[in-house]
Design a protein around this ligand. Structure first.
Ligand SMILES: Cc1ncc(COP(=O)(O)O)c(C=O)c1O
Length: 429
């Protein structure tokens, strides 16, 4: 990057030419901050807020009548939001349902697709997995009478940052029944090769599912084309649905009709749900994997957000996301931030096809750097042992914001501010 390209004027010219720039106006940006934590909790938009207010109003005026009379009807909101979500993951409308939450959906799907038989009892996970997935898989194995220490096959990382697809494939032996992997690793932001892993799994008689918490709404997927068996994700990161909002799941249609491992009345055939029969009859599509009543107040903001994401288009979001992460990395290089005395390290793969939506900035004094950045108005997050995650979000981050963040990364070290911060991470970091 030349000095001219590294200037604030150039950042402003990128913003002026950005077709997605107008979306920023529709978000509440916290005053006086550069918000770079949308990979953990996306910001509130006016669209999401309006959707919540509309739900409250319809509850006020329609009361119980809202199940069929609300716009859209509450009774089929999960299905309706599934249709809106399907283009994000390359699925047909009835293969996606908006329901549950990330870990609950993992349980619902793994309890269905983990079918240990004879010696084929293993589930492949990886050494850099998000802990909730590991806890859930351990419990799923235990419920089936297995031994998590033996049956959970944890593929280690070679470098502490990334997982090699070759290693995952080598672990797909005839003792493995299921592979349950992240699309994007939560710490380094590595994007796995879903098509290659799925093809390799199927050649070896292994079913495969993906946790897409760190890619939904950021990286386009092609689950039908790639023949992925199942996937799930949350609504509160790149989908900006609010803290703990409803999540979503995908089931490939070749598995329709399979009985879910965890059934509930919300997954019943919609036409006959209120017959109140004691014999379970599943909905025809992914809707069968619903368990409980769709949570209207946590679904409403996601609905508002999904409509906005559809308006922006997932391919344009991905294009801008890559441009922005490239820009942040290039600025860090140009400013000498990877050299002495700064010593930041980029933990995210440089190849675009291996990168999700955030940049993992490693530093030996990671927790102190994260705290110092907050003091100077940058909101990142921190993941042990040394990762400060920075996520420029295509819907509301500007190139000028990124330019300023690069300045602040330098400033907290130049001024020694980070050394004044207490050691250790915060309770919620
Ligand atoms: C990759 C990944 N999987 C699972 C979870 C757990 O999500 P939830 O608390 O919604 O179950 C998270 C939370 O951030 C995550 O990042």
């Amino acid at each position: 990057m030349t000095a001219q390209l590294a200037s604030l004027e150039h950042a402003r010219s990128l913003d002026a030419a950005d077709p997605l720039a107008p979306f920023r106006e529709r978000f509440y940006l916290p005053e006086g901050t550069l918000y770079f934590d949308g990979n953990s909790l996306g910001l509130l938009s006016k669209d999401a807020e309006a959707a919540v207010l509309k739900t409250l109003d319809q509850w006020k005026t329609l009361a119980i009548g809202g199940w069929m009379g609300a716009d859209p009807p509450w009774f089929t909101l999960g299905e309706e939001m599934g249709w809106l979500s399907a283009p994000l993951v390359g699925a047909e409308a009835d293969e996606v349902i908006v329901t549950g939450t990330t870990t609950v959906n993992l349980h619902a799907l793994v309890s269905t697709f983990y079918r240990p038989e004879g010696d084929r009892r293993g589930i492949i996970a990886n050494g850099l997995d998000f802990p909730s997935d590991i806890y859930a898989l351990q419990s799923q194995i235990a419920i089936r009478g297995g031994d998590p220490d033996r049956d959970l096959v944890i593929v280690p990382s070679r470098d502490g940052r990334t997982i090699e697809e070759d290693d995952l494939i080598a672990a797909m032996t005839d003792r493995v029944a299921l592979a349950m992997l992240p699309s994007v690793l939560y710490r380094s932001g590595q994007l796995l090769d879903i098509a290659r892993l799925t093809a390799a799994a199927h050649e070896r008689g292994v079913l495969i599912g993906f946790d897409c918490a760190h890619s939904a709404g950021s990286v386009p997927h092609h689950f039908d084309r790639d023949e992925v068996d199942f996937a799930f994700w949350c609504g509160y990161k790149y989908l900006n649905g609010g803290p703990g909002s409803v999540g979503a799941l995908y089931v490939n249609r070749r598995h329709f009709g399979l009985k879910p491992g965890l059934t509930g009345w919300w997954g019943y055939h919609k036409e006959r749900q209120f017959d109140m029969s004691h014999s379970w009859e599943g909905a025809s599509g992914a809707g069968a994997w619903q368990i409980s009543t769709n949570p209207q107040l946590s679904a409403a903001p996601v609905l508002g957000s999904l409509r906005m994401v559809a308006e922006a288009g997932i391919d344009r979001l991905r294009e801008k996301s890559l441009a922005m992460t490239n820009y942040l990395i290039a600025l860090m290089e140009e400013r000498g931030l990877l050299d002495a005395p700064y010593h930041y390290r980029i933990g995210t793969p440089r190849e675009e096809c291996r990168r999700g939506g955030h940049v993992s900035v490693e530093h030996d004094a990671g927790p102190r750097i994260a705290k110092a950045l907050k003091q100077v108005g940058v909101i990142p997050d921190f993941r042990p042992p040394d990762v400060v995650r920075l996520a420029p979000i295509p819907l509301y981050t500007s190139y000028a914001d990124i330019w300023q963040v690069a300045q602040k990364l330098r400033e907290v070290i130049d001024t020694g501010l980070y050394l004044q911060m207490p050691e250790g991470r915060e309770l919620v970091s």
